[in-house]
Design a protein. Structure first.
Length: 166
């Protein structure tokens, strides 16, 4: 499952020309850093060149529920959650969750027309939420509109470049 989430994130980054770097050590629960070379768009409001984004990458089918309104309910490990809510981070930090089919045979579709990772990934910034004292996990809700697409990632990088909160 983990390899599928990495492939998904690599494809999204590649489409935008962003560099995806994995961390050698799981410090601060950061799995990957996304680097945008130059400005993400040609806009005078973009202040920072080469914005960076840190990512905690997860994939699941068992800890996920799609709610009636399309939002995604996920039970995240408490340790990861507490790193994600920290307000004293220099680099913006998000959770990316690839929602998977229960049936492994449905994870990937391939034919003469292309290769497709089924389902999709969602993202959320939990910065500023209350830390948890839970020992195992905490349930979060990711807005269904937060599908991680190439365009969504570009908007995130623009937001960072403009020195705005995610």
């Amino acid at each position: 499952m983990e390899d599928m989430s990495i492939a998904y994130l690599q494809a999204i980054c590649a489409k935008n020309g962003y560099e995806l770097s994995d961390t050698k050590h799981d410090n601060d629960c950061v799995d990957y850093t996304i680097n945008c070379g130059g400005y993400p768009i040609d806009d005078a409001e973009c202040v920072w060149r080469s914005p960076k984004l840190e990512v905690q990458l997860k994939s699941s089918f068992s800890s996920v529920t799609i709610l009636e309104n399309g939002d995604v309910q996920y039970d995240i490990p408490a340790r990861n959650y507490n790193y994600l809510v920290d307000t004293h981070r220099f680099t913006p930090y998000i959770l990316v969750l690839l929602v998977m089919h229960r049936d492994e045979e449905l994870w990937l579709e391939q034919n003469i027309d292309g290769l497709k990772i089924t389902k999709c990934a969602y993202w959320i910034s939990l910065k500023g939420q209350e830390p948890t004292e839970n020992k195992n996990s905490i349930r979060i809700v990711i807005p269904g509109a937060n599908v991680l697409t190439p365009n969504a990632l570009k908007k995130i990088m623009v937001t960072i470049s403009k020195q705005q909160e995610l």
